[in-house]
Design a protein around this ligand. Structure first.
Ligand SMILES: [Zn+2]
Length: 449
């Protein structure tokens, strides 16, 4: 009886979220449709041809994402309705038995994670293919060959499972052996894992997928080093990543703990022979880095990390309170209480999507039970992120880089064919960065240079 309530609550929550997202997407789609000429405020920086290209790209992307949302909702419902988790669990058990192995909870859970990942990868493949080779291709962004795409997906799948399955196994062991306060050990384990993955990712995982080379000596390198030194940024290494093998979209970021900070520039950000009409001039790149250094100066990474840790603690605590509740399992077709299913159901249905692979085992429980909590949390984090972006812009401005940053932002906007106008509600919900117009306006305020 309770399980039926849980089942329908989960469905209701999923569909409420889906309809809300769909409503926002349709609102934004209307903006793309109805804004047919360059907005007045951008007339001196944006030409009509680029604007029309951006509009057509945005319309295609938006139609595709609406399609993707509908696909996701239908699939999610079908999975709930057919007790997919139960089917995968039983399949894992019988495979183990077939191979003469003991179907212990740890073994079944490991195989279950693998099967679920195969399932998700296969189901998302048609969408990924269409997105890369139809939508992105049509607008000139895709640089992947089919061979690169296939190899990339296989590598992603292997690396993900090599990380996720052991994490899942350790998590289950902690839950089973940790006693009443297992959530504290689980949290400590989660914290260590997160920091560990953040430390090894750039040196050992990211290079499996893309080529990182030190930025060659020259004017740009010297200027970046000078800029870093002028604000006491502990620049340890300076890389160029070959993003151009994937797509023409461009970016720059920094990472690393304590004194080991690295800056990564996408090669698409730079001007070169292949990229003659795109890319930024050196002073513009320095302005972008000025913005990135602002994120460092104001400790934005640390703040986000602390929020994640607190959030993780709340989720594990809630999990420990909920996970012995039988109705939660019955709602998903289980008479027993496998830890993994408890984790998945609470993470995935009770909380909202928390798409870090570290937590895949936990995702399901967190995602469904915490869905409403996660939605509110994500909204707050998105708003916070926009505040941080303004702060970082402000820092670049204090370095005297406002006018170059403005130029760079407009250029990146053009190169990426981003659309400049947004529905306010869509923007408030989805945007981690303020819009181009908001940023230009803010950079113009109380001009300092
Ligand atoms: Zn930023």
């Amino acid at each position: 009886m309770y399980e039926t309530h849980i089942f329908y609550s989960v469905l209701a929550v999923s569909w409420t979220e889906f309809l809300w997202e769909l409503y926002l997407s349709v609102r934004q789609h209307q903006v793309y449709k109805n804004t047919t000429s360059v907005p007045k405020k951008l007339q001196d920086v944006l030409d009509n041809e680029t604007f029309q290209k951006a509009r057509s790209y945005s319309l295609d992307k938006s139609s595709f994402s609406i399609l993707k949302e509908i696909y996701g909702a239908v699939l999610g419902t079908a999975m709930l309705w057919s007790f997919t988790f139960r089917i995968f669990w039983d399949t894992s058990e019988s495979i183990l038995v077939k191979f003469g192995m003991e179907p212990s909870e740890l073994m079944v859970s490991s195989l279950f994670i693998l099967l679920l990942n195969v399932f998700n990868t296969v189901l998302s493949l048609p969408l990924k293919l269409y997105e890369t080779f139809v939508v992105e291709e049509k607008h000139g962004f895709n640089k992947q060959t089919l061979g690169f795409f296939v190899k990339d997906k296989i590598k992603t799948f292997l690396v993900m499972n090599l990380i996720v399955i052991p994490l899942g196994v350790i998590t289950i062991m902690i839950v089973k052996a940790g006693g009443d306060y297992f959530f504290i050990y689980l949290w400590l384990f989660g914290m260590v894992t997160l920091v560990f993955l953040m430390t090894i990712y750039p040196d050992y995982i990211a290079p499996l997928f893309d080529k990182y080379t030190p930025l060659p000596d020259g004017e740009l390198r010297t200027q970046i080093e000078e800029l870093a030194a002028s604000v006491n940024f502990p620049l340890y290494k300076l890389y160029l990543v070959e993003g151009s093998k994937r797509s023409v979209h461009s970016n720059a970021y920094f990472y690393g703990f304590f004194k080991n900070k690295r800056i990564v520039l996408f090669d698409t950000l730079l001007k070169n022979e292949k990229n003659a009409d795109k890319g930024c001039e050196n002073p513009e790149i320095l302005a972008i880095l000025g913005h990135e250094l602002g994120h460092w100066k104001f400790n934005h990474v640390t703040i986000n990390l602390i929020i994640m840790e607190v959030n993780l603690f709340v989720q594990f605590l809630a999990f420990s309170a909920l996970f012995k509740y039988q109705a939660l399992y019955s709602a998903f077709g289980f008479e027993s209480q496998p830890v993994l299913i408890g984790l998945i159901v609470i993470m995935q249905y009770v909380f909202a999507p928390y798409n870090t692979p570290v937590l895949i085992g936990l995702i399901v429980i967190m995602q469904y039970v915490f869905a409403p909590y996660n939605t509110v949390m994500n909204f707050c984090l998105t708003s916070l992120s926009r505040k941080m972006e303004f702060q970082a812009d402000e820092f670049a401005k204090s370095l005297g880089k406002a006018s170059y940053l403005k130029k760079a932002l407009v250029k990146l906007h053009k190169d990426n064919l981003s659309f400049p106008i947004y529905d306010w509600l869509y923007s408030a919900w989805h945007h981690s960065h303020p819009t181009l117009l908001q940023r230009l306006e803010e950079l113009d305020n109380n001009k300092q240079d």
